[in-house]
Each structure stands twice: as structure tokens, then as C-alpha cells.
Design a protein around this ligand. Structure first.
Ligand SMILES: C[S@@+](CC[C@H](N)C(=O)[O-])C[C@H]1O[C@@H](n2cnc3c(N)ncnc32)[C@H](O)[C@@H]1O
Length: 254
């Protein structure tokens, strides 16, 4: 009896709680422990901040990269956003701000925005990408929808929702992303971390999304489906045919 009680208490407050209820990282210490070192490593192997070698060819609907070494996630994300040709974007969990900065460089007319829940990440962003710092703000996307958050045409995330695993908070985050977006939600995530399409359909059926329709599309990298694009109206990108063809979708972690 005492042992069982101890075990149950352990589940609530001990290390087991982390396993069952917490996100992948402690976002308060994340910059120092994980993100900073990881950016340093990636900086050595990739061009994380773009220069004039990289541009979007509107006629071809293609991101030209020259000899720049872009991470496939970045290339696919920036190209999809170019094809969708939107006037405004919001990055959820913008971290050090490279994507916000790169989109502003690629698409100077676009109104870019970035939110992150971590003050430390935003401090890092102000040092790394000061030119877009005034377009960024503190935002916990798992909180109830705020009237102060910007409404934009396209909301995207890159490697954020996949790490949010506390109870149903990733569902709150997804619902908020849709309710802030007039036209598109783009998820550049590990598709094995949550059943993203099923979750979005469930949110839509339950009336959590202020969208009358949802249309699932993909953008390809190297001929394969790589990035999930959800559109209010059907768009020019290929329709999603098989969720399991997206990266890591079959390596289920939920
Ligand atoms: C893996 S990093 C990715 C950062 C950036 N998207 C990139 O690709 O460089 C995850 C980011 O999500 C942020 N984040 C985690 N949970 C969040 C939440 N609930 N609301 C907003 N941002 C969050 C973290 O602070 C961190 O900056």
C-alpha cells in the first residue's frame, strides 16, 4: 500500500513525471544547454544566414541556392513560402531568428514576425539577428489565443511543435496557429512526433479551428514529400496523399 502510494506520488513529482508529461527540453535552460551549441555546430557545416547567392526565382517557382549550403528544412520552407506568395508571416518558436531574418532578406515586401516563449532565446536573437529583433515578441503558443498576437496570412513552425509534449498543449498550439492564420499553416516538423494530420482533423471536427475547410498539401525536397502545408483554400502545391511518406512519419514517437 505504502509502496503503491509512493509510486503514484513519484509519477506526479519525480523523474517519471518528466517522462510522461513534459516537453522534450527545459525551455528556460535550452539556449545555453542545447540551442547555442547546436547553432555553433550547424554554422560550421551550413549557411544558416543567407546572402545574395540565394534568391527566389518567381517564374520558375524555385529557390536558387548557388553554392550556398542550405539545410533541406530551410530550403523547403523558404521555397514553399515563396510559392504561396503571402504578404505576412509569423514564425512560432523563432529561436535565434535566422528564419525570420532569411525570409525578410528573400522577400523584402513581406511583413515578417516571430514569437518565442523563452526570454533567453529572444536575447540570443537580439545578438544574432538584430535587424529583425523589432519584429519579434514573447509568445507562448500553448496559452489561450491572445488578442495581442499578430494575425497574418501564413503561420509556420520549424522544429517546435514536435518537442511540445505536455498533456494536450501541442493541440492548443496547433489550434492557435490556425486561428492566427488567414490562409496557410506550414509545419516543418518531425512527423513521427505527433500524428499531425489526424490531430488537425480532430481539432477541425471539434470546432477548435476558425477555418471552414482544411486542405492538406506538401512541398517536396529532392522529389519526395518533405513539408506539410495546410491551406484554407486548395493551393498549387501537391495534395498530401500519404502521411507516412513525410520524413520520420513511420518512426512513431507518440
Ligand atoms: C528547436 S528550437 C527551434 C527554433 C527555430 N524555429 C529554428 O528552427 O532555429 C525550438 C524553439 O521553440 C521555442 N518554444 C518551445 N515551446 C514553445 C511555446 N510553447 N511557445 C513558443 N515557443 C516555444 C523554444 O524556446 C525554442 O526557441
Amino acid at each position: 500500500m505504502a509502496l503503491e502510494l509512493g509510486r503514484r506520488l513519484g509519477n506526479l513529482v519525480g523523474p517519471a513525471r518528466k517522462r510522461f508529461f513534459d516537453d522534450d527540453f527545459n525551455w528556460d535552460t535550452y539556449t545555453k544547454d542545447k540551442y547555442g551549441p547546436q547553432q555553433k555546430q550547424l554554422d560550421a557545416t551550413h549557411d544558416l544566414r543567407l546572402d545574395e547567392r540565394v534568391y527566389f526565382d518567381r517564374e520558375a517557382g524555385r529557390l536558387e541556392t548557388g553554392d550556398a549550403k542550405l539545410h533541406p528544412n530551410s530550403k523547403t520552407l523558404y521555397e514553399a513560402i515563396g510559392i504561396l506568395d503571402v504578404k505576412s508571416t509569423l514564425e512560432v518558436g523563432c529561436g535565434g531568428g535566422d528564419h525570420v531574418r532569411n525570409l525578410q532578406a528573400l522577400y523584402p515586401e513581406m511583413q515578417v514576425n516571430g514569437g518565442d516563449r523563452s526570454q533567453e532565446q529572444l536575447k540570443f536573437l537580439r545578438m544574432r539577428n538584430p535587424e529583425i529583433a523589432d519584429r519579434t515578441f514573447l509568445q507562448d503558443i500553448t496559452m489561450p489565443l491572445s488578442l495581442q498576437w499578430p494575425r497574418v496570412e501564413l503561420v509556420y513552425s520549424q522544429a517546435v511543435i514536435m518537442h511540445i509534449k505536455t498533456a494536450v498543449t501541442h493541440l492548443n498550439a496547433l489550434a492557435n496557429m490556425f486561428n492566427l492564420a488567414a490562409k496557410y499553416v506550414v509545419l516543418m516538423e518531425n512527423y513521427g512526433c505527433h500524428p499531425f494530420v489526424e490531430d488537425i482533423k480532430r481539432l477541425h471536427r471539434g470546432g477548435h479551428l476558425d477555418w471552414d475547410q482544411i486542405n492538406f498539401h506538401v512541398h517536396h525536397h529532392d522529389g519526395n514529400p518533405y513539408c506539410l502545408v495546410v491551406a484554407r483554400e486548395p493551393c498549387s502545391l501537391p495534395v498530401l496523399e500519404d502521411y507516412d511518406a513525410l520524413p520520420n512519419a513511420t518512426k512513431r514517437r507518440y
